[in-house]
Design a protein. Structure first.
Length: 319
């Protein structure tokens, strides 16, 4: 039934339990519902209370095209108050925007889940992930060495990690930090640098300069009361070099062993003990044990003792 009332309102109503159809049987004509008055609006109102109180169905596509904004609003207090669903097996959702961008704001949580490899990219500009009062957690559950990968691919790109508090990197397997070019610095501006290894091997901590001309330089408080303290267990300390080995000190120093011999040997050169102090015991060779002695052995060149002063040999043992 149709009716045109005194106010110019045109009403289409169903009769009894039958449905109401607006149809164009002419295959060459479209069916259009249009509001021609630019000062008025077109309302589609349903008094139904079901989940599909207003339903738009099509055997083809659906186009919503306006010259102003589009507002989709639901006052339902539910996590799925608004659902956009591409229910086809290979269906997807494509959201495109101009320079105004895409803004998603919520007073609750945001969740994005995917069952396949996914990406978030920008062709220009930065991407910022910020938790103002919480944490940022990046987790990769794949059983691969690069399960979580942070990569800077730019020619001059780098990675900068700053922390106001502590910084911790933990791993359950062998790990490495390397630089293919340039130096690598580990600096503690106001604290200590600790290298600790718990493996029971002689090279539990290995410091190597692998270049043929490489070296290792250790400085400890050279302008003040610095100290280098090295303590090891029963396996001892082994130092080997194909070049020169030099130990220099500006104060009285000593090398000693609490048990066993101490050997100073030059296999193909000479061994020199030099004391430049102006005292009678500038070089002191002392066998301090009660039964200790001093043994001097030389080859065919003999033994030469040279002095500009006197030579004194004293013994407390009777002839």
């Amino acid at each position: 039934m149709t009716d045109l009332d005194d106010y110019g309102v045109y009403t289409v109503q169903k009769m009894y339990t039958r449905e109401v159809y607006l149809d164009s049987n002419d295959s060459g004509q479209d069916l259009m519902v249009k509001q021609y008055n630019t000062a008025q609006i077109l309302n589609l109102v349903s008094l139904g209370t079901g989940a599909d109180a207003v339903k738009v169905e099509s055997a083809g596509g659906y186009v919503l095209d306006v010259t102003a904004g589009i507002n989709i609003d639901s006052v339902e207090a539910a996590g799925d108050a608004i659902i956009i669903n591409a229910s086809g097996t290979a269906g997807g959702i494509d959201i495109g925007a101009g320079t105004g961008g895409v803004a998603i704001d919520t007073t609750g949580a945001i969740s994005m889940d995917g069952d396949l490899a996914s990406h978030l990219a920008t062709s220009v500009g930065d991407i910022s992930v910020t938790a103002t009062t919480g944490s940022v957690v990046i987790t990769g559950a794949e059983a691969a060495v690069d399960a979580v990968r942070i990569q800077s691919t730019g020619t001059a790109g780098g990675i900068d990690i700053d922390a106001v508090g502590a910084f911790a990197v933990n791993s359950g397997a062998a790990s490495h930090i390397s630089a293919s070019a340039g130096d690598m610095s580990i600096i503690s501006a106001a604290g200590s640098v600790n290298l600790s290894a718990a493996e029971a091997v002689i090279d539990a901590i290995s410091i190597q300069a692998t270049n043929a001309a490489g070296g290792i330089d250790i400085d400890a408080g050279v302008s003040g009361a610095g100290k280098l303290d090295v303590n090891v267990g029963s396996s001892g300390i082994v130092m080997n070099t194909t070049g020169v080995f030099t130990v220099d000190a500006d104060s009285a120093s000593y090398v000693k062993t609490s048990a066993g011999d101490l050997t100073l040997q030059s296999e193909a050169g000479s061994a020199h003990l030099i004391g430049a102090e102006g005292v009678y015991d500038a070089v002191n060779i002392d066998a301090s044990a009660a039964a200790g002695g001093i043994y001097i052995s030389s080859g065919t060149t003999g033994t030469n003792i040279d002095t500009t002063g006197t030579i004194t040999l004293t013994t407390s043992k009777a002839a």
